[in-house]
Design a protein around this ligand. Structure first.
Ligand code: ZN
Length: 201
């Protein structure tokens, strides 16, 4: 599982039999972005009018509205996981939020990071109820690494293009695959495809 802004969540499945990412699924972040944009606009107006008491209050309201969306997504993610035999959900350990921001930018940023963390918390909570283990892995290079050959490159826009092996892949699906591989590599499952998959005869 990858969590993010463009796609609120992205899932792929890898199995011992076939470590190649499969059954990719994306949960759009559009609705949450829309809610957040609306509240950011409201906050800016209130700040201009020096109504800081109200700025805080609508922050709480925003969290409630976003929460509803996160619950829906988390439920669907659990249903996604349950289609597999003995699933394990792998997510990245999120870093701390930047502190050197102030005013509405800071609040926007905090709410933003808050929703990523919250979604993970909901997934973990619901997974526990279903007896599905949840594992967190180091987020290093998950968005920059090619899940097929391991080369580290820069993602460009919504697509990941690997200059080494030529892979062209949805950026978030590539990240999700890297997150899964961060766990399965340590279990000796291999990275993605059979080593000879790129050889042309
Ligand atoms: Zn590659």
């Amino acid at each position: 599982m990858d969590v993010g802004e463009w796609n609120a969540a992205t899932a792929v499945a890898v199995s011992k039999q076939d470590p190649k990412p499969a059954r990719g699924r994306l949960w759009s972040g559009a609705k949450i972005r829309y809610i957040r944009g609306k509240f950011a606009h409201l906050r800016r107006n209130l700040q201009r009018k020096k109504r800081l008491d109200l700025v805080k209050r609508i922050g709480h309201k925003e969290k409630r509205v976003v929460n509803q969306q996160l619950h829906i997504i988390a439920n669907e993610i659990i249903a996604y996981a349950k289609q597999f035999e003995k699933p394990v959900i792998v997510m990245e350990e999120l870093k701390n939020i930047r502190k050197n921001m102030n005013g509405s930018a800071k609040l926007n940023r905090r709410l933003h990071a808050w929703s990523f963390k919250k979604l993970q918390t909901y997934i973990e909570y619901k997974a526990n109820l279903e007896g599905i283990p949840v594992v967190y892995v180091n987020p290093k290079n998950t968005s920059k690494r090619c899940h097929r050959c391991g080369h580290v490159a820069r993602a460009n826009g919504r697509e990941f293009r690997c200059p080494k092996c030529g892979l062209v892949y949805n950026r978030d699906l590539n990240s999700a695959a890297n997150i899964a591989h961060a766990l399965t590599r340590g279990m000796g499952w291999g990275r993605s495809e059979p080593p000879n998959s790129q050889m042309k005869s």
